[in-house]
Ligand binder design. Structure first.
Ligand code: MG
Length: 239
């Protein structure tokens, strides 16, 4: 398998700083294994920026070929954010989401996931959401109390039920096999809050390469108002 990726992050049009982190920070290609991920930090002042950076650094500290699952990496990220909060009391209470994927040379994609950043798969023109948001609103949708359309604009859609940095955390595991022609996208909620899935699908399907897809999506989020930081990583699977 050959993986070709690009990533981008943007402050958006409203926020003063960017509390998102994306990995890898630059485009590239490899036969795998490849680590990719997004983290969306939260907390006052600089705390959100510290949380997502500390978390991502811990998650990717071991090289991609290390015998360590994304779930285990996300747990280590959680411990790192907690430890940083212990050391610097002014940062206590900071948190972050994390969606981290590892593409194996055999075509297996393993994902560890906490929070409301997302992973999507574009296959044969169809867009599939691979992760579940850990939000109060998503729980209401799951229970049938709220429609998915109503959830998109719900005023409390940002309330997380799980994040890194608060204590012990349950990490979701997603595992699938990718095939040549697949395009995988991970993003922070700055994209999915602003841009409907049908538009995300269209941009992903129409962009000729990962770089064009990343910046097409970021531009769409900003064109829709850009109220949050937005981060996107796109990985194309080739033979
Ligand atoms: Mg966000």
């Amino acid at each position: 398998m050959n993986y070709i990726w690009a990533s981008g992050t943007d402050t958006g049009l409203v926020r003063d700083g960017n509390e998102d982190m994306v990995f890898p920070p630059t485009a590239g290609a490899s036969r795998g294994p490849v680590l990719v991920g997004v983290a969306d930090g939260m907390g006052g002042h600089v705390a959100g920026e510290v949380a997502s950076r500390v978390a991502m650094e811990a998650a990717v500290a071991a090289p991609p070929e290390a015998d360590e699952t994304p779930v285990s990496r996300v747990r280590k990220a959680n411990e790192a954010v907690l430890a940083a909060g212990e050391e610097r009391p002014e940062l206590r209470g900071m948190g972050t989401t994390m969606t981290l994927g590892r593409f194996g040379h055999d075509g297996v994609l393993d994902i560890g996931h906490v929070g409301d950043s997302r992973a999507y798969l574009l296959r044969d023109g169809d867009l599939e959401l691979l992760t579940t948001d850990h939000t109060v609103v998503e729980e209401l949708v799951g229970l049938g109390h709220l429609s998915r359309d109503a959830a998109f604009s719900h005023p409390k859609r940002h309330l997380l039920t799980r994040s890194l940095g608060l204590g012990p955390v349950e990490v979701d595991a997603v595992n699938l096999e990718v095939v040549p022609g697949d395009r995988v996208m991970m993003c922070s909620d700055g994209l999915t809050d602003m841009v409907e899935e049908m538009t995300i699908r269209r941009i992903l399907a129409e962009s000729p390469d990962p770089e064009a897809a990343v910046w097409g999506l970021i531009e769409a989020a900003n064109a829709a108002g850009g109220v949050d930081n937005v981060s996107v990583v796109v990985v194309d699977v080739a033979p």
